[in-house]
Unconditional design. Structure first.
Length: 148
């Protein structure tokens, strides 16, 4: 027995979602994302700040090893790259002092700022935060660690 009805008539009573049902689902998903999204972003920001502090501590340890070998901290002009590549005027360099061929970037993709001598210590290491500029507040605040 052949069905001679057009396709749209045969599908008319088939199960499926109506436009109203689809809109209700989209509104519910939007509400959930509106409530959960900001919390997830706060966790992400907190994780980046903690990761920055841990990276700076690792760089501090590497600088201490550099100091033990050479008797001085790298100058501002030599920068943190002295931990990876031997500076031209250093003879007792036993590096590299960090893994890899480059100095890691902060979690926002910016280079760490290294100053030697520092304001109150032999050196300062600064992450400029999420905005990549000096200063800032909240999530964009700078993260500073001064050497021992």
């Amino acid at each position: 027995m052949k069905n001679n009805k057009p396709l749209w008539r045969r599908l008319r009573g088939s199960p499926g979602f109506t436009l109203i049902e689809m809109l209700v689902v989209l509104v519910i998903i939007g509400l959930i994302m509106g409530l959960v999204g900001p919390r997830v972003l706060n966790y992400l920001t907190d994780a980046r700040i903690k990761a920055t502090k841990l990276q700076i501590e690792a760089l501090t340890s590497s600088l201490d090893l550099y100091y033990l070998d050479t008797g001085k901290y790298p100058s501002s002009s030599e920068g943190l790259t002295a931990l990876v590549r031997r500076p031209g005027n250093t003879t007792t360099w036993n590096g590299p002092y960090i893994k890899g061929d480059t100095v890691p970037l902060d979690p926002w993709g910016n280079a760490y700022v290294y100053r030697s001598p520092g304001e109150r210590a032999p050196y300062d290491i600064v992450s400029l935060g999420s905005d990549g500029r000096d200063g800032g507040s909240g999530n964009a605040a700078d993260i500073r660690v001064s050497g021992r």
